[in-house]
Design a protein around this ligand. Sequence first.
Ligand SMILES: CCCCCCCCCCCCCCCCCCCCCCCCCCCCCC(=O)SCCNC(=O)CCNC(=O)[C@H](O)C(C)(C)COP(=O)(O)OP(=O)(O)OC[C@H]1O[C@@H](n2cnc3c(N)ncnc32)[C@H](O)[C@@H]1OP(=O)(O)O
Ligand SMILES: NC(=O)C1=CN([C@@H]2O[C@H](COP(=O)(O)OP(=O)(O)OC[C@H]3O[C@@H](n4cnc5c(N)ncnc54)[C@H](OP(=O)(O)O)[C@@H]3O)[C@@H](O)[C@H]2O)C=CC1
Length: 515
Amino acid sequence: MSMIAAFYGGKSILITGATGFLGKVLMEKLFRTSPDLKVIYILVRPKAGQTLQQRVFQILNSKLFEKVKEVCPNVHEKIRAIYADLSQNDFGISKEDMQELLSCTNVIFHCAATVRFDDTLRHAVQLNVTATRQLLLMASQMPKLEAFIHISTAYSNCNLKHIDEVIYPCPVEPKKIIDSLEWLDDAIIEEIAPKLIRDWPNIYTYTKALGEMVVQQESRNLNIAIIRPSIVGATWQEPFPGWVDNVNGPNGLIIAAGKGFLRALKATPKAVADLIPVDTVVNLMLAVGWYTAVHRPKSTLVYHSTSGNLNPCNWHKMGVQVLATFEKIPFERAFRRPYANFTSNNFTSQYWNAVSHRAPAIIYDCYLRLTGRKPRMTKLMNQILRTASMLEYFINRSWEWSTYNTEMLMSELSPEDQRVFNFDVRQLNWLEYIENYVLGVKKYLLKEDMAGIPEAKQHLKRLRNIHYLFNTALFLIVWRLLIARSQMARNVWFFIVSFCYKFLSYFRASSTLKV
Ligand SMILES: CCCCCCCCCCCCCCCCCCCCCCCCCCCCCC(=O)SCCNC(=O)CCNC(=O)[C@H](O)C(C)(C)COP(=O)(O)OP(=O)(O)OC[C@H]1O[C@@H](n2cnc3c(N)ncnc32)[C@H](O)[C@@H]1OP(=O)(O)O
Ligand SMILES: NC(=O)C1=CN([C@@H]2O[C@H](COP(=O)(O)OP(=O)(O)OC[C@H]3O[C@@H](n4cnc5c(N)ncnc54)[C@H](OP(=O)(O)O)[C@@H]3O)[C@@H](O)[C@H]2O)C=CC1
């Protein structure tokens, strides 16, 4: 019997960010392994014209929850969606809902965040810092609360090279920043933002670091733990391999590469690609929830959910495997054949951007214009290049994350728990994982049918032929122009032609002699 699964039985669990990538996988696993849990409260806001109920309905009816519905047929009754907008000071939760949350919650998983790298400082602080503080204040009023699990990121201290499982202080107190945002206007905030974030690469990682400090400062006598995942990728095993549902992190780039838009990337091939499957993160979260509640460590423990030091894979190996998978299972209607070029050199990167990205986009837009259609490729290409440049910081460096706490926890688990809540990344086979990942992107993000693979392969063959034709035509045109303008080119041309002529004459003469 799994001790962790048993622990969550009969419990009331509060999840923020349950509609996000990590949150959905967390809910799925909880329902599947502890179908006798009492209730999962989720703090949700209406979005994209959908009410809370419609959002929950959509999640529960997705492929991700198919297994859950077999194990826990009354799953609909066990989810309680509570209106909450974490960017409002009191979350906008009604009095009755607040009362219920305060009196019933046993465990909190705080996943909600803005993960945009380019968010405004005001919004990012509101969500990643102030909301965390507010939730901790709520938690301190929950008599039945056993554990508060805060999800941060392994990159919250990416200004350091070696990162331990400790909370590092930030140069400016979070409280000072929160207070000053109250009276500063937006223009001034954006002006001071670069000075505040110093050597952090973006507002996201900086505000996640502030969020950790807030957790430390406001922990009171709560049982708190922090989990720091690195780059969260598609599911490895559970509930099935390759599930993914948004374009964040590598996902968008995999699409752009598979469709032939992105053919070069400023990346360091030998840098560690610290990807961690989402189900591995979720298993660790549930194990940490159990451990924090049952063993009540004296201080706030930080757990790294990373792969680099236990089972490293670099961007080169990852890129090669991504490309090999595109050969086997290509994406439909590619713009160009997928190709790859990793370069860490600035000049080479600019060159590839001009030749491999911007020039084909401009040519294609000219073609669209000539055929009476609206040009769109340059805009799309700019968007892809902007995204790639935002991610560059993370694919050109390596970090060392220590994992003592995570390994300690692994050793504390029973063999059954180690199996059911496996977060041992050493068992991950990267080649298999990446193949399933790319397949998952195709099936669950692009919603492409596997029956379309033969046609996709045909399309790639046509693109290859167009590519050869285009290159030959380009060569001939350039050569013709050169010959028209340069004596040297004419001499070279004369030399090549006379050489070929002599060679052919010799070849013909020797074959006549043999006869
Ligand atoms: C030596 C030889 C070796 C050979 C090897 C082969 C090499 C191959 C080379 C090329 C091929 C590449 C193959 C692929 C290989 C694997 C991929 C490697 C890259 C992996 C990089 C990972 C880095 C992750 C870093 C994570 C660090 C921290 C992790 C976390 O803690 S949190 C999660 C991370 N958060 C995010 O990812 C959010 C990032 N997004 C943003 O901040 C913003 O969206 C934005 C990028 C700033 C863009 O903002 P905008 O306002 O301009 O746009 P908007 O958001 O409205 O979106 C516009 C449209 O763009 C789509 N889109 C959004 N994000 C992405 C994305 N990541 N990729 C692609 N597209 C994206 C969005 O959907 C919109 O589309 P529309 O709705 O249709 O308009
Ligand atoms: N994905 C990754 O690679 C990594 C993620 N993390 C951390 O994991 C956590 C989850 O990330 P992930 O699932 O990928 O992110 P998503 O962007 O997929 O999910 C974010 C969640 O936060 C919710 N949220 C955002 N703003 C508000 C708001 N104002 N009110 C209520 N809810 C809000 C979103 O709700 P809605 O659906 O309404 O937008 C969504 O449920 C985050 O804390 C992130 O920092 C850490 C490392 C890597």
